[in-house]
Design a protein around this ligand. Sequence first.
Ligand SMILES: C[S@@+](CC[C@H](N)C(=O)[O-])C[C@H]1O[C@@H](n2cnc3c(N)ncnc32)[C@H](O)[C@@H]1O
Length: 234
Amino acid sequence: MAQRSQKSPPPPELAADKAAALRLTPVSRETEARLDAYVALLLQWQAKTNLISPATLPQLWTRHVADSLQLLRLAPDAKTWLDFGSGGGFPGVVLACALAESAGGSVQLVERNVKKAAFLREALRVTGGAGQVILADIGDSVDRFAGQVDCVTARAVAPLHQLIGFAKPLIRQGAKALFLKGQDVDAELTEATKSWKFSPRLHPSLTGGQGWIVELGAVEPQDQSAPTPHGASV
Ligand SMILES: C[S@@+](CC[C@H](N)C(=O)[O-])C[C@H]1O[C@@H](n2cnc3c(N)ncnc32)[C@H](O)[C@@H]1O
């Protein structure tokens, strides 16, 4: 069970931001209690470790929590999730808090930074989130999850072409990919099509700004031996 927060209420600016976030992405009372515990821990650790950009702290709930929660409605039947480069826990810990309420739901959080992995473990412990932290490099660990993942996620970890390379074994086995991207999504898509054939669905972020979610259901490498329009091979 989530540990109910015994602290005083959040400062007024965070209370308004939290209300706005939960209007965008409503959650159960149980999930809200877990998220409260997570935010309290994150603010505590943030004082000594840089987990998120300090400039975004006043919008922690909308910029980070709701940004993460919005993925759930794009994969409503997904039970097993894998989050690449979870860092301070977005979207991985937020998803783990929400999935704790659904039977069989869980998230694997892959993070190579020792300190951040320790934070993620503590966040799962304090919130009772359904997940597990994997202290590893994505490239070294992803193969072992093929066939077991319904949905793979990443935010602010690597360019799209690299994320597709990491996720390819999972997507081939039926996983859906949901990658949170910013305003440079078009350039990233253009770059990725040099290496990969794919048909992305683009969802505008519910949290406003210039954010997008790139949804992928199938990827294949481009045929590197195909002749170019000038007759040379690439
Ligand atoms: C900019 S942070 C973003 C963290 C979080 N996803 C978010 O949106 O707040 C990128 C995180 O990905 C991790 N990371 C980057 N490349 C990785 C890799 N190849 N394997 C595992 N973790 C990686 C970094 O250690 C860092 O914690």
